[in-house]
Design a binder for this molecule. Structure first.
Ligand code: SF4
Length: 463
């Protein structure tokens, strides 16, 4: 369930953002008028100022479920709305979704979807009431609906090298678009044909190709595991499960080797690709000027989704040499995945790392409570880094901790195509962390803003 204090997940109806991420797929909401904007805050507006691929939120059809519908039911209005949407919207697939009130009064959205079984544009349904789960659960409901109700024909035949990509959760992962773009480029470079359903220029054609893939590639600790398992049963498609979106040189090299080996690609070409990109990666880090700069605090906290926690913890240990202090995973991960996620978090090792705690919770405020309770002697360097959401930015600011936003809600600033994926992503993250260290430890850097605070910058008696 979503938590109303410092929300880090939206409620189940937030799953409609997965439909919005697929070009020309139109969700129709059978829910209260406020539901859409409740989830838009966490998943879009305050999460990197994201918006639509095809349909802006303000143009999504909604029955705006009200008191009258609670008494008499809203099925008839939903049926009329769906008919009008099919008439006026240019769309490839309609997904009817409902929220809590429609679900509680027992409105049957399956029946309404079935009424349009002969429509030229397919109409399917997914129940997304917030009382059943959060937006991650809602995302799974949408993908399951597409696989169960839309992908009903058998594969036309396996296409060699075609790979479906799963595990990156659109909108909720603030970097999803940039990450998928870079992942697509990488897989193409090493000789595969990635099939990604989200983002501009993909859409229903990509969805239609799902059954024909040679294999499914799941990048992430647990989201979409149910989908690749279902596709294995339904179409016989095997899958490779890689634990995280790779960030930095160590992880991306391991990722490329794992994919290359699984797809039986030319290992010499794979190694040449890694060598070329590693040389470039380390040359950027080498030319980074440390003179008169600052050092990173050695320890770090994470308060984020499981996907972000695994990606960045592994990167920070492997490539930056920092030591995890405590990892909070605040998206209510189902218990059956905890042991595997913990194993992946503890895989990278070196001597400085002692045992550290991993906390699975739906209470995003625990990290703040933990840090507030620290005595200066609790941390060897008194300061640590913190990586999390825009809420954690406040905790970091109050304690002088360097901070980088890695998880929803990212903050009220544009992400656009930013990503920490791979080689370039590792360099960008390193720079973002360093810049916040400079800001937190040295003020705004070497330039004083004399326009804003002349008396502070020049002294009261100056001039
Ligand atoms: S919890 Fe229910 S009523 Fe509230 S926004 Fe989510 S779907 Fe709507």
């Amino acid at each position: 369930m979503a938590c109303s204090e410092q929300s880090r997940v939206a409620c189940g109806i937030g799953g409609f953002y997965t439909a919005l991420a697929i070009e020309s797929v139109l969700p129709i909401l059978h829910s209260g008028p406020g539901c859409l904007f409740n989830v838009a805050g966490v998943l879009a507006l305050a999460n990197g100022r994201q918006s639509a691929i095809t349909y802006y939120e303000s143009s999504i059809p909604s029955t705006n479920f009200c008191e009258e519908d609670v008494i008499f039911g809203g099925v008839e209005r939903l049926r009329n709305l769906t008919a009008k949407a099919l008439e006026y919207y240019k769309t490839d697939l309609v997904i009817i979704v409902d929220g809590c009130t429609a679900e509680i009064v027992g409105d049957d959205i399956e029946e309404v979807a079935n009424d349009f079984a002969d429509s030229e544009t397919p109409v399917i349904f997914a129940s997304l009431p917030g009382f059943k789960g959060n937006n991650v659960w809602g995302h799974s409901q949408i993908l399951n609906a597409i696989v169960d109700q839309y992908l009903t024909k058998p594969s036309k035949g396996v296409q060699k090298g075609l790979v479906n990509i799963f595990g990156v959760l659109p909108y909720y992962d603030p970097f999803w678009l940039g990450t998928l773009e870079q992942l697509e480029n990488l897989l193409t470079d090493i000789g595969l044909t990635p099939n990604i359903i989200y983002g501009p220029g993909k859409g229903i054609e990509a969805v239609n190709q799902i059954p024909d893939a040679e294999f499914n590639l799941l990048v992430g600790p647990w989201v979409d595991l149910d989908i690749v398992e279902k596709l294995k049963v339904k179409f016989g498609t095997p899958y490779l499960h890689y634990p995280c979106v790779p960030v930095g040189a160590t992880e991306i090299a391991a990722f490329i080797r794992a994919v290359s080996e699984y797809a039986k690609l030319d290992s010499e070409k794979t190694e040449a690709y890694i060598k070329k990109n590693e040389d470039r990666y380390y040359s950027y880090l080498w030319r980074f000027n440390r003179m008169g700069g600052v050092m990173f605090p050695q320890k770090f906290y994470v308060n984020a989704s499981a996907s972000a926690a695994v990606s960045f913890t592994r990167f920070l240990i492997n490539d930056v040499g920092l030591i995890p202090q405590k990892i909070f995973i605040s998206e209510n991960v189902p218990e059956e995945h905890h042991a595997q996620i913990e194993k992946w978090l503890r895989e990278p090792k070196y001597d400085g790392i002692k045992d550290y705690e991993i906390v699975f919770t739906d209470d995003g405020g625990l990290c703040d409570v933990e840090i507030k309770g620290l005595k200066s002697t609790d941390l060897e360097l008194t300061r640590a880094c913190l990586f999390g959401t825009t809420w954690d930015e406040l905790t970091a600011k109050n304690n002088g901790f360097p901070f980088v936003s890695i998880s929803a809600p990212y903050g009220d600033r544009a992400v656009v195509n930013k990503s920490y994926f791979g080689y370039d992503g590792g360099i960008t993250f390193f720079a973002d962390l360093y810049n916040d260290c400079i800001y937190k430890f040295l003020g705004s850097g070497s330039v004083a803003n004399i326009d804003v605070q002349p008396e502070a910058a020049l002294g009261a008696d100056a001039c």
